[in-house]
Design a protein around this ligand. Structure first.
Ligand code: ZN
Length: 300
């Protein structure tokens, strides 16, 4: 599931490629994937363009504009990739893809490239320069909808702080975490507290902070809260810098192939020796309903 760093990377890549291009045609193949009116979906987009793309948590917000020097229409396309959503951009033979990759590693996408438009392709956006954007979703949990200004505001009200913004200070974090119950893993996954952290980064952050994922939030000492805050910033920043964990890019404009995979310390390392203390073992268990990994020695 793409988390903050992956969605941020997709956003940055698409911004370079699709902004202000005229949307010639929208092929909505699976009507129910669109959670707003499917009937007006194409009408709201065709002939218009994407004026800007923003990210809030794991949500992508495409501002819809109209005209040559796009004027906002005050309508927005929202895309949440959830578990298995993918956005794949293609122009001639250049492909930029982001989102879910079946194996969690690089193997899945090349197969998909050979058959870009397949049975999991639910929407195709055709641009006037002959480039295309595919929305694929194997398990169909993704959310796609068009909203107006007011509906956008309502949707964004559900999000907690953006952990990479300067306004997310230690003091802000201390206030958020104060008086919360439950375990720290569930706290980190709760989008209403901090937006954008999912299963992979929650585990990596807790490893970095040397805190066990099943610790009760109210048991954390002042020093541990500080460490946790620093770990959130450090891990997410580094992941964005390396263009996320599941992101795949083969013919990027800059020829880069981003991958945070090599920096992962606990994710998919169960039963292996801890890379930090060299004595502990990475354990996999279920916490907050999710597969959770931690070192049984150096996390307390
Ligand atoms: Zn360890």
């Amino acid at each position: 599931m793409p988390e903050l760093p992956e969605v941020e990377t997709i956003k940055n890549n698409l911004k370079e490629k699709i902004l202000n291009k005229r949307i010639k045609k929208v092929d909505l193949r699976l009507k129910k994937i669109v959670k707003s009116s499917a009937r007006s979906f194409a009408l709201d987009l065709e002939g218009n363009n994407f004026k800007d793309i923003k990210r809030r948590g794991k949500l992508l917000i495409f501002g819809i504009g109209t005209g040559h020097c796009p004027v906002p229409t005050n309508k927005y396309l929202l895309i949440h990739l959830r578990m298995t959503g993918q956005l794949i951009y293609q122009k001639n033979k250049k492909i930029i893809a982001g989102g879910h990759s079946d194996g969690g590693r690089d193997e899945a996408l090349p197969r998909l490239y050979n058959d870009l438009s397949n049975k999991h392709t639910h929407i195709i956006f055709y641009f006037s320069d002959k480039s295309q954007l595919f929305f694929n979703d194997l398990r169909r949990f993704g959310v796609v909808k068009i909203v107006n200004e007011k509906e956008l505001e309502e949707a964004l009200n559900n999000f907690g702080v953006e952990p990479l913004e300067n306004s997310f200070s230690l003091k802000v974090f201390q206030n958020i975490i104060k008086n919360k119950d439950g375990n720290i893993k569930a706290f980190l996954l709760n989008q209403k507290y901090i937006a954008g952290i999912g299963n992979i980064y929650a585990d990596e952050i807790l490893f970095e902070a040397k805190i066990l994922p099943n610790r009760k939030v109210d048991s954390l000492k002042i020093e541990e809260i500080k460490k946790l805050y620093q770990a959130i910033r450090k891990i997410l920043k580094k992941a964005v810098k390396h263009r996320g964990t599941t992101f795949n890019s083969y013919t990027d404009a800059r020829g880069q192939k981003g991958n945070f995979t090599k920096f992962l310390k606990v994710y998919k390392r169960e039963k292996k020796k801890c890379l930090r203390c060299k004595k502990g073992m990475i354990i996999k268990t279920k916490i907050a309903g999710r597969g959770t990994r931690y070192c049984d020695r150096c996390q307390e």
